[in-house]
Ligand binder design. Structure first.
Ligand SMILES: NC(=O)c1ccc[n+]([C@@H]2O[C@H](COP(=O)([O-])OP(=O)(O)OC[C@H]3O[C@@H](n4cnc5c(N)ncnc54)[C@H](O)[C@@H]3O)[C@@H](O)[C@H]2O)c1
Length: 416
């Protein structure tokens, strides 16, 4: 029976596609959305996902078949990062709108292909920047827009991944630049997007450093994967994926089909991404940013501080640490050069990414949803953050500052 619900199909039925876009969207947005199709190259993972999701979507390992048979309004792209662009362009050409997981793409050329396809077809790409929807990110954007600290001049932004979450990027395809663009693209796309949105300008120039100091060839022993590893007892990064029924179902049995295991050794010698990254970023509006990302810390969370002509905003976001810290909330300090001090406490919301995931879903699937703070991000925003990461990686390789306008004629002075 035909309904007025948005017909959603998903390509890529890993943890993100099946969990955040399948299970979670159908739990919270079922009056707006129905799942009509699922595709994954891995038939075992496709079947495992289908078994966990409600409804009766078209299932196919072939995207063309699935799209023809399910006729979706929206395709949600949850595949490996370097595969996003081909899939997005294909869907737009078929007249299907796209929601893509971050990063939108991994190269400047792929960003351009997507932007051109969007213009050519008149269809729309949304980029799933869920961190924009976290209550603390939103509050920071409101405070900056209010002019409380005068004109924004500088930002210090430091993101820390701990040895559980950070190590996860070294267990799979993320560990190779050809698949993820490095963590400057795969992970920092979130952070660069937040910066672009908070600063409300385009990145202009990036000068970066990167090194691999803890994972990959730094290991003094190694195996192929944690399962069956003879070093399990002595390894700081041993991970028992079999203790997690969800990961076991989605990844372990299906791995016999394509060899893609969820717990590959973090000390593989061919890992070619960095785990220690810093960048100095200049913005078109003159704001200067000092950024870092580290993937082997005893803590998880971030520090951010905004300096303005009339004050400073500070926030320390505690996610995981071995000492007592505020739980489920963040504190923001608003400091005036007149010595005024305001302490604001922001509660996290329910759901993934501190409440960001469900709010992102509601914004995407509620018809004509209000968006006063421009939290919904399109392809241009997707490209701006990818290009910042691509410029950072190029800067590390070439040991020089890289202009964003070297990568795309869409960005540069006067293009914002
Ligand atoms: N926004 C966030 O906070 C967040 C969090 C996690 C992951 N992600 C993003 O979500 C995406 C998926 O992440 P994941 O951890 O679920 O990855 P995953 O590797 O676990 O799952 C990806 C799935 O895509 C399938 N696949 C790969 N190429 C394909 C193709 N061309 N056609 C069809 N299927 C294909 C794989 O077989 C796999 O099942 C990535 O882009 C990742 O960066 C975003």
């Amino acid at each position: 029976m035909a309904t007025n619900k948005r017909r959603m199909a998903i390509v890529g039925t890993g943890h993100r596609g099946t969990g955040t876009w399948g299970r979670d969207v159908l739990e919270t947005q079922s009056d707006m959305v129905e799942l009509v199709g699922l595709t994954d190259l891995n038939s075992g993972r496709l079947a495992a996902a289908a078994a966990r999701l409600p409804g009766d979507p078209v299932l196919s390992t072939d995207l063309d078949t699935m799209l023809k048979q399910s006729d979706p309004h929206t395709l949600v792209v949850c595949t490996r990062d370097d595969t996003h662009a081909d899939i997005i362009v294909d869907a737009l050409e078929r007249g299907i709108d796209v929601i893509t997981e971050k990063p939108m793409a991994t190269t400047a050329e792929d960003c351009e292909r997507i932007l051109a396809a969007e213009e050519r077809t008149g269809r729309k790409v949304d980029v799933a920047f869920n961190y924009r929807f976290a209550p603390t990110s939103r509050k920071l954007r409101e405070l900056l827009a209010s002019g409380r600290i005068g004109t924004l001049t500088e930002v210090d932004f430091h993101w820390y991944l701990d040895t559980r979450h950070g190590a996860d990027y070294f267990r799979r395809w993320h560990a190779y630049r050809r698949h993820s663009g490095s963590l400057f693209v795969h992970k920092a796309t979130h952070h660069f997007d937040l910066l672009n949105w908070w600063i409300d300008s385009d990145p202009d120039q990036v000068y970066a450093q990167g090194a691999l100091r803890r994972y990959g060839r730094n290991g003094t022993f190694r195996s192929t994967r944690c399962t069956g590893c003879p070093h399990a007892g002595e390894c700081d990064f041993y991970f028992d994926m079999h203790a997690n029924e969800w990961l076991e179902d989605l990844y372990e049995a299906p791995s016999s089909e394509d060899g893609y295991v969820r717990d590959a050794c973090v000390f593989r010698e061919d890992i070619d991404i960095w785990d220690t990254m810093t960048a100095a970023i200049g913005y078109a509006n003159g704001v200067q940013v000092s950024y870092s990302l580290n993937a082997y810390m005893p803590i998880e969370g971030y520090h951010v501080a905004f300096n303005g002509t009339h004050g400073r905003i500070e926030c320390r976001m505690y996610e995981k640490q071995a000492f007592d810290a505020p739980k489920g909330q963040d504190e923001i300090l608003v400091l005036g050069t007149d010595r005024s001090v305001e302490r604001l406490v922001v509660q996290h919301g329910p759901g993934g990414h501190f409440g960001g995931d469900p709010l992102l879903h509601a914004s995407l699937f509620t018809p004509d949803a209000n968006d006063p703070l421009s939290q919904r991000a399109g392809a241009r925003a997707g490209a701006a953050s990818v290009l910042t990461g691509v410029a950072a990686a190029m800067s590390v390789d070439q040991k020089r500052p890289v202009k964003i306008s070297e990568l795309s004629s869409r960005f540069g002075p006067d293009r914002g």
